[in-house]
Design a binder for this molecule. Structure first.
Ligand code: FES
Length: 77
């Protein structure tokens, strides 16, 4: 779905940008141009950004937990 009509930026592109390391609206503005024209998309773009950041943080936390579990399992053996 298109989030920023002025710059033709979709929610998928915002999520991909987060996967590539973007963590703030300032970075989204700088790199994708989101919310740099009329600004009507800023609120929804922020929601998409925060939702994806939350998923990314959860995924990273799960990866750390699995790594720690693997380490403990190896030590116990
Ligand atoms: S819709 Fe994003 S700047 Fe206008």
């Amino acid at each position: 779905m298109i989030v920023c009509v002025c710059n033709n930026i979709s929610d998928r592109e915002i999520r991909q940008a987060v996967e590539l390391g973007i963590t703030s609206m300032d970075e989204l503005r700088r790199d994708l141009g989101v919310a740099t024209c009329c600004g009507q998309c800023a609120s929804y773009a922020e929601q998409v950004l925060q939702a994806r950041l939350g998923q990314t943080v959860d995924a990273n936390a799960a990866a750390v937990a699995v790594t720690e579990l693997s380490f403990r399992t190896r030590q116990a053996a």
